[in-house]
Design a protein around this ligand. Structure first.
Ligand code: GRG
Length: 260
């Protein structure tokens, strides 16, 4: 559990959760247990995603994957225990937030990662392997597999920070856009990085089986789509105080400009 949770991840979900809480006027401490829980859920999803029965990856963040170090059984159980600890941590460590808000945040997270959220995205992703995938299906996969947890991060932060319904919904849409943006940029980087490595114009991802945005719409259209998602995300922030929203503007910018 420690091996995967305390590694050198970007901590995007916790940062988003705390920034959303602060944007709506809450203190960092209100959102900290939630922020930690989000990282636990993220870590467990990576452990399970890397297993031989799923993506069968040997490396994560430049280090051997959890099951390579501890074996498959312990990796499955470490993921299970992180998921369980996440909810225990929110319920037992959140302080100075009304029980109503804590329960709403728990419900939001539970629904975001379950059979209508992250798990649904993973099911469709696995089911699509080796098949021709439409743009609509690709978007379904990423909106669920990746963006749902990002969305829950912003929404949970906003709930414990005391946001009203309109504020929560704006942050939900902002987060959905940056969650999808993350994947579009990932797909673009796969192409551009492998092009650099191979010294040719078509990178390995264009040739591989995996459906990606550049493969389905072309690299230039994928870049335009990324720019549109940044614009949509920023539009949702427009009604908030711009100084308070600065971390969230920067987060969108960071995602679109990242190089790895
Ligand atoms: C969540 C209940 C539950 C089950 C998990 C295995 C699975 C079901 C879902 C897969 C989810 C998954 C791995 C989505 C991809 C998310 C994503 C963008 C990963 C990449 O994360 P990085 O590299 O993470 O940005 P770090 O933390 O290294 O910065």
């Amino acid at each position: 559990m420690r091996y995967s949770l305390l590694g050198n991840g970007k901590r995007m979900c916790p940062i988003l959760c705390i920034a959303s809480c602060e944007l709506v006027g809450g203190d960092e401490e209100l959102a900290m247990p939630l922020a930690c829980a989000l990282e636990m859920v993220h870590a467990m999803s990576l452990i399970h995603d890397d297993l031989p029965c799923m993506d069968d990856d040997d490396l994560r963040r430049g280090k051997p994957t959890n099951h390579k170090v501890f074996g498959e059984c312990i990796a499955v159980l470490a993921g299970d225990a992180l998921l369980s600890l996440a909810f225990e941590h929110i319920a037992s460590k959140t302080k100075n937030v009304s029980p109503d808000r804590v329960v709403r945040a728990i419900a939001e997270l539970g629904s975001a990662i379950g059979s209508r959220g992250v798990v649904a995205g993973q099911v469709v992703d696995i089911d699509s392997e080796g098949k021709e995938v439409s743009l609509k299906t690709l978007e379904y996969i990423h909106v669920h597999k990746t963006a749902k947890l990002v969305e829950a991060s912003a929404v949970c932060g906003a709930i414990v920070g005391g946001a009203d319904v309109a504020g929560i919904e704006r942050l939900r849409k902002y987060a959905r856009s940056i969650g999808l943006l993350y994947q579009v940029v990932d797909d673009i980087l796969d192409v551009t990085k492998s092009s650099e490595e191979l010294g040719k114009t078509a990178g390995k991802d264009l040739a591989s089986d995996k459906a990606t945005y550049p493969k389905l719409m072309g690299i230039e259209e994928a870049k335009k789509f990324a720019a549109k998602l940044v614009y949509q995300a920023n539009e949702e922030l427009a009604s908030f105080d711009s100084a308070k929203a600065a971390p969230l503007y920067h987060l969108a910018k960071y995602i679109v400009r990242r190089q790895n």
